[in-house]
Design a protein around this ligand. Structure first.
Ligand code: MOS
Length: 768
């Protein structure tokens, strides 16, 4: 979701306790920052990790949806008589016969505001109109094809251009001022140098490897939902409301997730349909989306159209910056793609305005996709900055360095930690920028023309409320748990690292338990906030569990420290010993537990959000970065590829170099998809996303992946938490696409303002 909205979301349950413990960034540590392999890697690579649709139970039934073949209108009649007589069919559920499903209004966020099958209205092609449940998947699939649905179709709109006239300011969807300071109109009008261009980003569809799936089990009282969810606690909260149950009657489990990119932040309709069907039949039930359904029934990044106006002085000062953006949304929901996420604070300028408007289309509801708002927004802003540099005949890095600011000029607060300058400087050094010749087509490698481009990256940094539990066990292991989840980013591993760092227990003796809403409530994996959010609660829980061991050590008769003061003891390297003496002088913690006949010492931890932290209130918290891209343009055979990327990230302290590098490298590859390949295309004849498959919707493959050099500044953020960690899930995608189009311009002289870059853009207009 847009980052500001994400912060609202995590603040919504911010009643919790004080701020993070351990506010001073830790001294150096061998395990923090190490490039450790993922502790869940062996399960994933040997096929023993169970993903949602891997859960299998005796007597399982399978659901396959029937999807609307119109984009707008009403269902006139559903004839399921033929389908119901087919082999293995158990039930056909639809608006007329599904149990009551409700909206949610008590916190939590659902993807669509309406529950499935709420009425007979169709808002988009592919909307679920019925679900066939059968003994086998194949039987359900065959019967779903036999359900006859008659519609009263209305006119619909899936037009690409968002040039529609908008509702009045103040009306739903009408222009809204998102940020404003100074006088943009007057200063733009009189500015000696101007850029005034419109930039367009297409609909992009989330394509994680693992598709959405729900395995629902009803036991007569309680639902257990095996999901692929980026937020098991939110999913539990929302589904309890949709199903009309108290929370304790819904348990959500997501042990392993094959990524999500934002598409799995909030529940989609298959979850409630699966739960309702499992209850009706009193059987476990599997409802798995196929790849085609992923393009209609589980969100997308909406199309954006952004006009940027920059007024500048000949020496490169910004006198005026205005961004007016629109994004499409659906007829069911108002989804705002916050393209002005980074605009108000990235560069210094006294006069700034950002406006936003929504344009309705008959498409499924958009949802956050990695770096929502900021990523398409930075495509526009950073492209315009590159165009400005060219107009000014200035180096694009020099232009940006001169506009850097350590104050958030929108909030009028200093940044907690901003090192954008260093990102640009170090990146330039690593990339070899000083060898760049600015003239279009001037750099060659044999028959290839090289283009070099740069763009800045930014993404908000947040911390929400979290709870965790840590048990130090008498067999010498530790268990750490929290109701959060690992969407592939490394959450399991960084939690183990922190417990190991704080206790000295080796990493292989630490069990991490996540992905279950019955655990102490942990954060949603969203907005790149999970690591920063969860670590303080883990530290709090570790401290509590150590405290128990030390106390027991002074009271258990068989303990070598019996009768001592607990404050005189400490635990290092997994051993309890007197403060000021070596760990070797003491005993392993498990011996203390055994002496006291305890199975484990169980500590509970809690930590609060940034918003409730008095120390954080005076700062603006963001991550920054710089992306350097080389493209190779072969004019002889008209091929373009991204050949080299240097990505320098200022994301606070890095807990695990390997998982962090993977995050950024993966995001860079996703950025190549955004820059060169990805676009969901709606058929104007019926509204069907016509390229809803991997043959026609192109995602980058390993063959498209360039040489990627990821570098972290690794500077702890003193405000975020005890380790100085921010977040790195999303920022790696920010700035990649505009760096690509800047490089394409440098190679070919063609400025592409509408993504993705197409070979035909270059064929017809290339000057090189
Ligand atoms: Mo991120 S779009 O909040 O998964």
């Amino acid at each position: 979701m847009m980052f500001s909205e994400f912060l609202e979301f995590i603040k919504s349950n911010e009643g919790a306790p004080p701020s993070a413990p351990d506010m001073n960034p830790n001294p150096s540590s061998e395990i923090i920052g190490a490039a450790l392999p993922r502790i869940d890697g062996p399960q994933k690579t040997t096929g023993t990790a169970r993903y949602a649709s891997d859960y299998n139970f005796p007597n399982m039934a399978y659901a396959v949806p029937v999807r609307a073949t119109i984009a707008s209108g009403k269902i006139r009649r559903i004839d399921s008589s033929a389908a119901e007589k087919m082999p293995g069919v158990l039930v056909v559920l639809h608006h007329g016969n599904i149990m009551p499903l409700y909206r949610n209004a008590s916190g939590g966020r659902n993807s669509e505001s309406r529950p499935p099958f709420e009425d007979e209205t169709i808002y988009y092609w592919g909307q679920y109109v019925a679900a066939v449940v059968a003994e086998t998947f194949e039987q359900a699939q065959a019967a779903a094809a036999a359900v006859r649905v008659e519609y009263d179709a209305d006119k619909f709109n899936v037009a690409k251009s968002l040039d529609d006239s908008l509702p009045e300011e103040g009306q739903p969807g009408g222009p809204r001022v998102m940020s404003h300071r100074g006088d943009t109109e007057g200063t733009f009008a009189s500015a000696p140098v101007k850029v005034d261009e419109t930039y367009v980003t297409p609909v992009e569809t989330h394509n994680p490897m693992e598709m959405h799936a729900t395995v629902a089990v009803w036991d007569g009282r309680k639902y257990t939902l095996y999901e692929s969810s980026q937020g098991v606690m939110n999913h539990q909260n929302v589904l309890a409301q949709v199903l009309g149950e108290p929370k304790e009657n819904v348990e959500v489990i997501s042990r392993y997730i094959g990524s999500g990119f934002g598409g799995k932040l909030f529940p989609w309709p298959q979850s409630a349909i699966a739960a309702a069907a499992a209850r009706k039949l009193n059987r476990p039930l599997n409802f798995t989306l196929n790849r085609k359904m992923m393009f209609s029934n589980s969100g997308h990044r909406p199309r954006t159209q952004q006009r940027i106006r920059i007024g500048a002085t000949p020496d490169g000062k910004l006198v005026s910056l205005q961004q007016d953006y629109r994004n499409h949304t659906s007829y069911g929901d108002d989804f705002r793609e916050n393209c002005g996420e980074a605009t108000p604070f990235l560069y210094s300028t006294a006069n700034l305005k950002v406006t936003s408007a929504l344009v309705r289309r008959n498409v499924g509801t958009p949802t956050p996709m990695r770096g929502p708002g900021a990523v398409p927004g930075l495509f526009a802003l950073e492209s315009a900055m590159d165009e400005l540099a060219i107009k000014l005949k200035k180096d694009p890095i020099e232009l940006r360095l001169a506009l850097d600011t350590l104050t958030d000029e929108e909030k009028n607060k200093p940044f907690s930690s901003r090192h954008l300058k260093e990102c640009l400087q170090i990146g330039a050094e690593k990339f070899g920028w000083s060898r760049r010749t600015p003239e279009v087509g001037s750099m060659r490698k044999g028959d290839l023309i090289l283009g070099w481009g740069v763009a800045c990256a930014s993404w908000g940094a947040g911390r929400g409320v979290s709870e965790a539990a840590v048990s130090l066990c008498s067999d010498g292991t530790a268990r750490v748990s929290s109701g959060t989840q690992d969407i592939g980013t490394g959450t399991y591993t960084v939690m183990a690292q922190v417990v190991s760092d704080k206790t000295g227990i080796p990493i292989e003796k630490i069990n991490v338990v996540l992905g279950d809403s019955s655990l102490p409530p942990g954060p949603t994996s969203g907005g790149s906030t999970a690591t920063a959010t969860i670590l303080p609660s883990v530290i709090d829980a570790v401290n509590a569990s150590i405290r128990i061991v030390l106390n027991v050590g002074t009271t258990a008769k068989a303990s070598p420290f019996a009768g001592k003061d607990a404050d005189s003891l400490t635990m290092t390297a997994g051993r309890v010993h007197a403060k000021g003496q070596s760990p070797q002088s003491g005993v392993p913690f498990q011996e203390i537990l055994r002496a006291a006949n305890l199975a484990s010492a169980n500590g509970e931890g809690k930590s609060g959000g940034l918003g409730a932290d008095p120390k954080a209130r005076n700062y603006s918290t963001h991550s920054f970065g710089a992306q350097f891209v080389e493209v190779e343009w072969d004019p002889g055979i008209a091929t373009l590829r991204v050949s080299r990327v240097v990505s320098v990230i200022d994301g606070g302290r890095i807990i695990n170099k390997r998982t962090a590098t993977n995050q950024i490298a993966g995001a860079v590859v996703m950025g190549i998809g955004m820059g060169l390949f990805e676009e969901t295309i709606y058929d104007p004849r019926n509204g069907h996303p016509i390229n809803d498959n991997f043959a026609d919707y192109i995602v980058p493959t390993i063959a498209d992946a360039p040489d990627i050099d990821v570098h972290f500044l690794d500077i702890p953020d003193p405000i975020m938490n005890g380790y100085g960690v921010r977040g790195i899930g999303e920022i790696g995608l920010a700035g990649v696409a505009p760096a690509i189009t800047a490089a394409v311009y440098h190679a070919t002289g063609v400025r592409v303002r509408e993504l993705p870059v197409r070979i035909e853009d270059l064929l017809s207009r290339s000057t090189a």
